[in-house]
Write a protein that binds this ligand. Structure first.
Ligand SMILES: C[S@@+](CC[C@H](N)C(=O)[O-])C[C@H]1O[C@@H](n2cnc3c(N)ncnc32)[C@H](O)[C@@H]1O
Ligand SMILES: [Zn+2]
Length: 575
C-alpha cells in the first residue's frame, strides 16, 4: 500500500549517532537539533512526500532518499572515500583545528601540556574548554560538488565541532535531493543546500570575505577547474580534500598532452609508478595554485585508491615556505625499456651559518644543476621519457596518519564505518612508506627483463638493506618496493638473486638487442665508475629492513582492495 505521510515525522528518521568521544556541548547541540527538527517537522507537515517513491540507502550515520529512477549521482563504492574523509576531518580538527579562532586556540593551548600526545591533549582540552564554555562548534565546511548531500549529512552527523556545512551543486535535481535529505536526516541546523556553480559560489564568498575551514572537492573527473577558487576560499590552516577520477589522463598511457594541459605536468606514461606520479601531479597543481596567493600546501595524506586519487592537504599562508616550491618540484627521467628513473629537482636550497652570527642560518635559493642522466639509459641504452613537473616532497604527514589510525581504531566501529578495516590497512601502508623516495618499482617486472626467477620481496629488501639502503612497500601498488638505493644497486642486488651462477653462459643464450642483455653485460663496468657501495657487504640474511617489511606484510590488515561487488568502478553521470 502506498503510504503518504510527512517523512520528517516518520519513525525511520535516523537518530543522531552520538559517538562516545563527543563532548557535552555536542550533546546540547543534539538536543537543540531534536527540538528544532520537531519544530521543522511541524512546519513541514504540509510538505508531504511519498516515501514509496524513494529507495532509502543507509551509509554511515546518514539515511538518503533516492528517486527510484536515478537522477542524481551516487556511487556506493565511494563509501571508502567518505568514511576516510570523516576520519581525516576529525584528525585535522584534533591536530590543527580551531585555526580560525585565535582566542579559542590560545585558550585550548593554555590548557594543554606540550609533552602530551595530540589526541590526549584534545580530550583534556576539549573537556576543559567545554566545561569553561570555550570550545564552540566552529568548523565551516563547503562540499562544493555534493550530488545527494550524503557526504555533507554524514559530516554533520559524525564530526564534532561542525558549525555549518554548505552542500552545493549545480543541478536543480541534485539540490532538491540535498534539501530533501537534509530534512529527512534532521540536520537543518548545520547543513544548508545551495544551488550554484561551485566557482561562482566560492568567488562570491571571497568578495564577502567568507572562508571555509574545510573544502571538499569531489568532482566528475578532474578537479582542475575548481582549484583556484578554492585556494582563495580556504581559511588559513584549513583542510582541503580533493578527488580526481580521471585516471586515464592522470595515470594512463594515452593522453600526455591532456595531462599537461590539465595538471601542468606529464605522468609517467607506461611506468608502473604512474599512480604515484598521478598523486604528485595533483599535488603540484594544488601547490602552484596556492603559491600565487602566498600559500603553501602541506600534504597530510595522499592516496591512490581504486579508480581515483584522493589527497588531503593543509593550506597555510607562509611566503617563506612558498620559496621552497621550486626545489620541491621535479621532473623525472624514466627509461622506456627497463623503467629505471632519475628525479631532477627544479631548484636548490642551501643553508649555511650566518657570517656575523653563525647561529643565524642563511638560506639561499638557486637554480638546479642537471640533467642527472644522459639521453639514453645508462643501464640498457633505452630512450628516456620525461615526466612532470610534479611535486617531489613527502606524500604524507606521519603525525596526521597516526591520528587517523587512532580515531579509526578507538572511535569508529564497523557498524557505521563499513570500510574501517580497509582504512586501517591502507593508512598503515602509507605510514610505513619511505617519505623521501619518490616512486616504486616492481621486482617482478625487473626480474622478467633480466630473465630471472622472481625473487621474494624480502630477499630483495634484505639485499638492498645489507648495502645500507632503506626500503618500504607502497599503498599504491601491491608487490612493489620503494627504496633510496640508486638504480645501479637495484640491478646489482637483483642480479645477485639469480640462482644461476653461470652468468656468462646465460648471457650467451640471451638476445644481445634486449634491455636485459645490455643491463647484465654492462653492469660491472658501470658500477666500477660509480663507487656507490661496498659490494662485499651484500648479504641476503634477514636484517632490519627486511624485518620491517616482513612484519608489515604479516600484519592482519586489508592491504589492497579486493573486488567488492560486480562491475564496481567509476560511475557515469545520471542521464
Ligand atoms: C561526483 S558527483 C559528487 C558526489 C558526492 N560528492 C558524493 O560523495 O556522493 C559530482 C557532482 O558535481 C556536480 N557538478 C558538476 N559541475 C559542477 C559545478 N560547476 N558546480 C557545482 N556542482 C557541479 C554534479 O551535478 C554532480 O552532482
Ligand atoms: Zn633502461
Amino acid at each position: 500500500m502506498t503510504s503518504l505521510y510527512s517523512y520528517v515525522n516518520s519513525p525511520s528518521i535516523p537518530p543522531k549517532a552520538l559517538q562516545p568521544h563527543q563532548y557535552p556541548n555536542a550533546m546540547l547541540r543534539a538536543a537543540f537539533k531534536r527540538i528544532r527538527s520537531n519544530l521543522t517537522g511541524r512546519i513541514s507537515r504540509r510538505r508531504q512526500i511519498n516515501i514509496d517513491d524513494y529507495n532509502i540507502v543507509q551509509e554511515g550515520s546518514a539515511k538518503i532518499l533516492f528517486e527510484k529512477e536515478e537522477t542524481v549521482f551516487y556511487n556506493p563504492i565511494q563509501q571508502f572515500n567518505r568514511d576516510l574523509s570523516v576520519t581525516c576531518i576529525k584528525a585535522w580538527d584534533n591536530l590543527y583545528g580551531s585555526c580560525g579562532h585565535k582566542a579559542q586556540r590560545k585558550a585550548v593551548a593554555d590548557l594543554s601540556s606540550d609533552a602530551e600526545p595530540a589526541h590526549k591533549k584534545r580530550k583534556t582540552n576539549a573537556g576543559a574548554a567545554a566545561t569553561a564554555g570555550q570550545r564552540k562548534p566552529y568548523i565551516r565546511i563547503l562540499e562544493a560538488l555534493s550530488a545527494t548531500g550524503l557526504r555533507a549529512i554524514r559530516y554533520a552527523h559524525e564530526i564534532p565541532n561542525v558549525k555549518e556545512i554548505v552542500a552545493n551543486d549545480l543541478l536543480p535535481a541534485a539540490v532538491e535531493s540535498i534539501n530533501r535529505n537534509i530534512e529527512y536526516n534532521g540536520v537543518q541546523d548545520i547543513v544548508r543546500g545551495n544551488q550554484d556553480d561551485a566557482n561562482v559560489l566560492m568567488y562570491r564568498n571571497k568578495a564577502e570575505n567568507k572562508t571555509y575551514n574545510v573544502i571538499d572537492l569531489d568532482p566528475y573527473g578532474t578537479v582542475t577547474p575548481f582549484v583556484d577558487a578554492s585556494m582563495q576560499s580556504i581559511e588559513d590552516g584549513g583542510l582541503m580534500l580533493v578527488t580526481c577520477t580521471d585516471l586515464s589522463v592522470l595515470a594512463g598511457n594515452g593522453y600526455p598532452e591532456k595531462c599537461f594541459a590539465l595538471y601542468g605536468g606529464v605522468n609517467m606514461v607506461g611506468h608502473e609508478a604512474t599512480h604515484e606520479s598521478a598523486l604528485r601531479l595533483v599535488l603540484n597543481l594544488l601547490s602552484q595554485s596556492a603559491a600565487k596567493y602566498k600559500k603553501t600546501v602541506e600534504p597530510l595524506l595522499s592516496l591512490s585508491i581504486d579508480f581515483y586519487v584522493r589527497v588531503f592537504i593543509r593550506v597555510r599562508t607562509a611566503p617563506i615556505e612558498v620559496k621552497k616550491l621550486m626545489s620541491n618540484t621535479m621532473v623525472t627521467y624514466h627509461c622506456s625499456q627497463c623503467g629505471s628513473f632519475s628525479n631532477q629537482p627544479l631548484g636548490r636550497v642551501t643553508e649555511r651559518a650566518g657570517k656575523r652570527d653563525p647561529a643565524k642560518v642563511q638560506t639561499k635559493y638557486s637554480v638546479a644543476q642537471g640533467p642527472p642522466v644522459d639521453q639514453k639509459c645508462a643501464f640498457c641504452g633505452g630512450t628516456h621519457h620525461l615526466a612532470g613537473p610534479m611535486y617531489g616532497g613527502a606524500l604524507h604527514n606521519r603525525e596526521f596518519l597516526q591520528e587517523v589510525l587512532r580515531i579509526n581504531r578507538e572511535e569508529h566501529g564497523d557498524d557505521v564505518y563499513g570500510t574501517r578495516k580497509r582504512i586501517e590497512g591502507m593508512v598503515t601502508l602509507a605510514q610505513n612508506e619511505l617519505s623521501d623516495a619518490p616512486f616504486y618499482f616492481s621486482p617482478n617486472r625487473l626480474a622478467s627483463i633480466i630473465k630471472l626467477q622472481v625473487p621474494a620481496l624480502k630477499t630483495m629488501v634484505a639485499g638492498l638493506g645489507s648495502l645500507g639502503y632503506d626500503c618500504s612497500l607502497t599503498h599504491a601498488q601491491p608487490s612493489t618496493l620503494k627504496t633510496n638505493a640508486p638504480w645501479g644497486a637495484i640491478w646489482f642486488v637483483l642480479r645477485a638473486c639469480d640462482q644461476n651462477k653461470d652468468q656468462q653462459g646465460k648471457l650467451l643464450k640471451m638476445n644481445p638487442k634486449t634491455p636485459g642483455y645490455r643491463i647484465l653485460q654492462g653492469l660491472d663496468k658501470w658500477l666500477e665508475t660509480q663507487e656507490l657501495f661496498d659490494a662485499s657487504k651484500l648479504s641476503f640474511e634477514p636484517n632490519e629492513q627486511s624485518g620491517h617489511v616482513e612484519k608489515l606484510r604479516k600484519l592482519k590488515i586489508v592491504r589492497y582492495q579486493e573486488n567488492p561487488t560486480k562491475n564496481w568502478g567509476p560511475k557515469a553521470r545520471p542521464k
